[in-house]
Ligand binder design. Structure first.
Ligand code: ZN
Length: 395
């Protein structure tokens, strides 16, 4: 440090002896003495603000480019609005369509349509009155797992669902994690009893959208080192840590074996194959299995915090990624996703912040040709493979 720098530093520190010191109040001299470089001795004791009350305002002067309407029309392949399971609060269908119209969302896929009369109710409320705006998927009825003809019953139920208008099959995360048969054993994702169902989806050329495992943090202890501590405290039943649960790796391995066993069926590995924290793994999955697609429902936070790696991934796998949200319908929700995909904005809240973790996201500024595929072209290709009701009847 130069002599000048030392002098400046001493001035700042207020330790220079002034030629004719003015009388100062006790308060003034104390505040001057406080400007130092050592941490306060009582700092640890004072850092007791509750985590739930910590809400820092960013001082970053970063431009915000809000995107009211997606640049190209959108097919949201992961939604539960007005489904058969009532996962989200019911919303008047006209309001749902209004949100879609305002944000350039042409079609919404309602994944949890169940089967038979419950499925029919979703078709009657959402699909029939709004042609081209909604697609509904059916599901497997695991309460019948111990029926001797379980596989055939479910194939018949699926054919019935497709005749009614379903255009895909959705599998929740319970398979492999909580569904048990009468032996008490967990039904694994690659259980052979399910093979005829996956095969039937291939025959009908309808996609299977499957949720297996969950964020990596859900398989770790819920303690101060868990990056999703607050989320797991809100939802203790989302923690799958402990010997009573299969590991994340075991769940994904069973799922991927099942994908490989049914090469003529198109699978959508929901939530970015449920390992966006590990895009190396997702890349390997897509490289190995051409019948697998991914979408990013409820994983904007994970992908948005690694914008350079994610952008590279989105460009490389531009034909394999579809737009999905897995959020309740809201104009602001869609706009937040468009901002993430279309702009280069820095350090902003993902949708639902800080629900998944205390980090911010960065826009990917994807090229138009990639945006178009992700917004709708890839989904149109998948749904365009459908062979028609005739195929379901011809059995
Ligand atoms: Zn979902």
């Amino acid at each position: 440090m130069s002599a000048k720098a030392i002098a400046v530093r001493c001035l700042i520190l207020g330790i220079f002896a002034w030629p004719a010191p003015q009388p100062v109040s006790a308060q003034q001299s104390q505040s001057q003495a406080q400007i130092g470089y050592k941490s306060a001795a009582d700092a640890d004791a004072k850092k007791t603000l509750l985590l739930k009350e910590f809400d820092p305002a960013s001082m970053l002067h970063a431009p915000a480019h809000n995107v009211d309407r997606a640049k190209f029309y959108v097919i949201d392949v992961h939604n539960h609005q007005n489904d058969a399971m009532r996962i989200d609060d019911h919303m008047p269908p006209e309001r749902v369509v209004e949100i879609m119209n305002k944000t350039n969302v042409r079609t919404v896929v309602i994944l949890t349509g169940m089967w038979r009369e419950k499925l029919q109710a979703v078709i009657d409320e959402m699909v029939r009155p709004y042609p081209g705006r909604f697609i509904v998927f059916s599901q497997i009825d695991f309460s019948k797992i111990d029926d001797p003809n379980f596989s055939q019953e479910m194939v018949a139920q699926l054919d019935d669902a497709v005749r009614r208008g379903a255009r895909g099959l959705k599998q929740l995360k319970d398979l492999g994690l909580t569904v048990r048969d009468k032996s008490g054993k967990l039904v694994t994702i690659d259980d052979p009893r399910l093979d005829p169902i996956w095969e039937e989806c291939g025959r009908l050329r309808i996609p299977v959208s499957i949720h297996s495992s969950d964020p990596e943090a859900f398989f770790h202890p819920v303690d101060k080192n868990n990056e999703r501590y607050e989320e797991l405290t809100e939802h203790p039943d989302w923690s799958f840590y402990g010997p009573q649960f299969p590991t994340k790796e075991a769940l994904l391995a069973a799922r991927d074996r099942m994908f490989a066993k049914h090469p003529h069926t198109t699978f959508v590995a929901l939530h970015m194959a449920n390992w966006p924290e590990n895009l190396e793994y997702v890349s390997h999955l897509l490289d190995t299995l051409p019948n697998v697609m991914v979408e990013f429902g409820a994983r904007e936070a994970e992908l948005g915090r690694q914008p350079r790696r994610a952008r590279e991934f989105f460009i490389k796998y531009q034909d394999r990624i579809m737009f999905g949200t897995d959020n309740g319908m809201d104009e602001a929700m869609y706009r937040n996703h468009f901002r993430w995909l279309e702009t280069g904005d820095e350090y902003f809240d993902y949708w639902g912040y800080p629900g998944q973790g205390r980090w911010k996201i960065y826009g990917m500024q994807l090229p138009d040709s990639v945006l178009e595929k992700i917004y709708h072209k890839n989904a149109e290709r998948i749904f365009g493979q459908f062979r028609g009701e005739a195929q379901a009847q011809a059995k």
